[in-house]
Write a protein that binds this ligand. Structure first.
Ligand SMILES: *Cc1c(COP(=O)(O)O)cnc(C)c1O
Ligand code: SF4
Length: 338
């Protein structure tokens, strides 16, 4: 008898899109029509934290514009190599809050799962730049431990899939994760923190939405966008399809120097999100991760930006301005002085 080969699994479009992303700096800069000669510092920075950008994200960069806000979020910079006091590898002390691999239990009633370190783009200011993802991967042993932990801790009502980017995992793994979580009676809510609806919109497929629609868990997707130029028509259509499936849809933003350090830009972002079906949730003060000091704003600058933002928007479109303190049990609101 001839052994039958398993049928070759056809890649989905989003997987093809991911595989054809930019991982080479010169090719990316050529595409952006940015001149360069010596990239040695940029290469060093990309050794520290990977360079990788989807074509979809790159298509929103204005050609030839060296200070484009979409470009600056993903382009490795010589500045990243400067060591500054006060910037650390793990600014949130997450590694001390992880009782088992792949799980962070820091907040009351909710846990974060970090099951993949892969993202569709790598944001240079990411506070998990140095997270030891290798030890936190989704695999059978980790997953069994996580499920036992969740079963034992009956006060946990919400599970947050974080990362990396959890939507980089395929539908099969996500289906398994969601159904195993839904089988634990005290878990009520499922949250997904993901930049993928913005960075790789083709990942938002009807079958993905179905996974979140079919579960008894109340689903929320928290996207991450920082600038209105990120939200092109394709992204907005995908956000609308998430919203239309009755999935709660929120956005978080990081306030970043030279990217969105301006009340008018942030107000425009809120309007665009709202029109696409997503509500502004948080605007974060930058976490001081090593390599990100060039994105830092002074409290005085922040205050000015938020004051302007408040003056432009109805209250329901203003995200909460917060910071994360390693030892606090919740986000700390940052007071504004008028
Ligand atoms: C704050 C935070 C959360 C969740 O906080 P909520 O206040 O429940 O929205 C999740 N992941 C990370 C990394 C956070 O810093
Ligand atoms: S997508 Fe999120 S986790 Fe990934 S690099 Fe950007 S901020 Fe970090």
């Amino acid at each position: 008898m001839i052994a039958q080969k398993p049928p070759q699994k056809q890649k989905e479009q989003w997987q093809v899109d991911l595989a054809t992303s930019f991982s080479s700096l010169p090719a990316f800069l050529d595409y952006c029509e940015i001149n360069y000669d010596d990239l040695s510092q940029e290469y060093l920075a990309s050794k520290d934290f990977r360079f990788f950008v989807t074509k979809s994200w790159a298509s929103r960069i204005v050609k030839g514009k060296v200070n484009d806000p979409i470009l600056l979020q993903v382009l490795p910079q010589p500045n990243e190599l400067i060591q500054k006091p006060g910037y650390s590898l793990d600014p949130l002390s997450e590694q001390q809050q992880s009782p088992i691999a792949g799980l962070i239990h820091k907040y009351h009633g909710r846990v974060l799962l970090t099951l993949t370190g892969q993202c569709a783009i790598y944001c240079r200011y990411c506070f998990r730049r140095n997270f030891p993802y290798q030890e936190n991967q989704f695999n059978r042993a980790n997953w069994e431990n996580i499920i036992s932990y969740l079963k034992e801790n009956t006060d946990i009502y919400e599970v947050i899939l974080s990362g990396g980017d959890p939507l980089i995992m395929g539908d099969n793994i996500l289906t398994k994760i969601v159904s195993d979580l839904a089988a634990i009676p005290h878990i009520k809510y499922l949250r997904i923190h993901s930049r993928i609806p913005v960075a790789l919109p083709s990942r938002i497929t009807t079958s993905l939405i179905k996974i979140l629609k079919m579960t008894r868990l109340l689903p929320t997707i928290v996207i991450h966008s920082n600038h209105p130029q990120e939200l092109n028509n394709e992204v907005c259509e995908k956000l609308r399809s998430i919203k239309n499936a009755n999935i709660n849809l929120l956005n978080q933003t990081v306030m970043l120097k030279n990217i969105n350090d301006n009340g008018k830009i942030l107000a425009e972002l809120s309007h665009k999100l709202y029109q696409a079906g997503a509500m502004p949730y948080y605007i974060h003060r930058l976490d001081k991760v090593a390599g990100s000091s060039h994105f830092y704003l002074t409290p005085h600058q922040e205050n000015k930006i938020i004051t302007e933002l408040l003056s432009l928007l109805p209250g329901y479109l203003v995200p909460k301005f917060v910071e994360e303190n390693p030892n606090a049990k919740a986000k700390t609101p940052i007071p504004i002085k008028f």
